[in-house]
Design a protein around this ligand. Structure first.
Ligand SMILES: [Zn+2]
Length: 347
């Protein structure tokens, strides 16, 4: 927080997009942002502006005691929405979790989103922030802002609001009720470019969200009206559709079609390859035949390694998933998933 107020106010940037709208041409130190219900609220523009330089040790140290990842169940939550049972889950790609109090209704009466997930809304942080710094900002009740996920400039993925809950991200509660929102670390000035690592993680995360929420194809429309009315299958919106701001920045905005294309390539690659084997085939036992093999958080090499298992050890498999023509097995002991090519079945 060493930048002078003058510098903070004269740099034309957007901080964590919701809280610090464009200050270009703004003469005061107040900026408009939106409450979850979409009503305008004044916030001090300089309050969070110091964060845009990236990792802020002052802020992170303040929160050191409670900065350990919150434990959040990855198992599905079933909610009944308009008479339909909808299963919500969270991404296994998450490496840091800090649940924000800013979600759902302000009065606490509605404790989850009320629409199934059918939209993706990508935002830019307007700062090359870490997932921890972003989490600290969203942990502040007064910030009145949050997102489901955040991606740091190093490509790490954070979760702040579980998918079953409505985040406060897009200045439009209707949009946030149906969208999974993602804040991506970006430069603090036009065109708000993001790192290659963050971009790659974004593609993986969006594909994962689509798969779990049965969004079969991601469709971007260059036309705002088509996007916000969800015509022609359009299921990507942007913050600038709902508020007078540059978010997600021209760098990401101009790449929305590319993001959809890359995500759809993953979706079609995985389509039909996920085996939903009948229960009667499980459980079965396997013996590790490789010298050593990794146990990962999810099925596939994009997931973090949680531990390793050694040759000769025997494990019980309770579920299978096919990923890129390789079959992964879920360990009964809950440790994670292993590539079954490194194993042999035992009776
Ligand atoms: Zn935004």
């Amino acid at each position: 927080m060493t930048k002078s107020l003058f510098l903070r106010l004269t740099s034309a940037f957007v901080c964590i997009c919701l809280m610090i709208p464009m200050l270009a041409g703004c003469s005061g130190n107040k900026a408009k942002t939106d409450t979850p219900s979409g009503e305008a609220l004044d916030v001090r523009a300089d309050e969070y502006a110091g964060l845009v330089d990236g990792y802020d040790p002052e802020v992170d140290d303040l929160d050191a005691e409670r900065s350990a990842s919150d434990e959040v169940s990855l198992a599905g939550t079933v909610l009944t929405l308009n008479g339909e049972e909808v299963t919500f889950s969270n991404s296994r790609l998450v490496q840091y979790t800090k649940i924000s109090p800013n979600k759902n209704d302000t009065n606490g009466e509605v404790t989850h989103r009320t629409h199934k997930i059918d939209t993706i809304t990508i935002h830019c942080m307007a700062g090359q922030l870490s997932v921890e710094t972003c989490g600290n900002v969203f942990a502040d009740k007064d910030a009145k802002a949050s997102s489901n996920y955040g991606i740091g400039s190093d490509g790490r993925i954070g979760m702040y609001v579980e998918e079953k809950d409505r985040p406060w991200s897009s200045s439009n509660s209707e949009n946030d009720n149906r969208a999974v929102t993602i804040e991506v670390a970006s430069d603090s000035s036009d065109p708000y470019a993001v790192t290659d690592a963050a971009y790659k993680s974004l593609i993986k995360l969006v594909a994962d969200i689509c798969q779990r929420n049965e969004i079969k194809k991601l469709i971007w429309s260059a036309d705002k009206y088509t996007r916000i009315t969800h015509q022609k299958g359009a299921n990507m919106t942007v913050h600038r559709d709902f508020a007078n701001k540059s978010c997600p920045g021209d760098y990401l905005y101009s790449r929305m079609g590319d993001i959809a294309k890359k995500v759809n390539a993953i979706l079609s690659q995985n389509a039909g390859t996920k085996t939903s084997t009948t229960k009667s085939e499980f459980p079965y036992m396997v013996k590790i035949k490789a010298k050593m093999t990794d146990v990962r958080k999810g099925a596939g090499t994009e997931y973090d390694i949680v531990t390793t298992v050694k040759k000769g050890e025997v494990y019980t498999i309770v579920e299978e998933q096919k990923v890129n023509s390789e079959t992964w097995g879920k360990l009964k002991n809950g440790a994670g998933w292993i590539n079954l090519k490194d194993t042999e079945k035992v009776n």
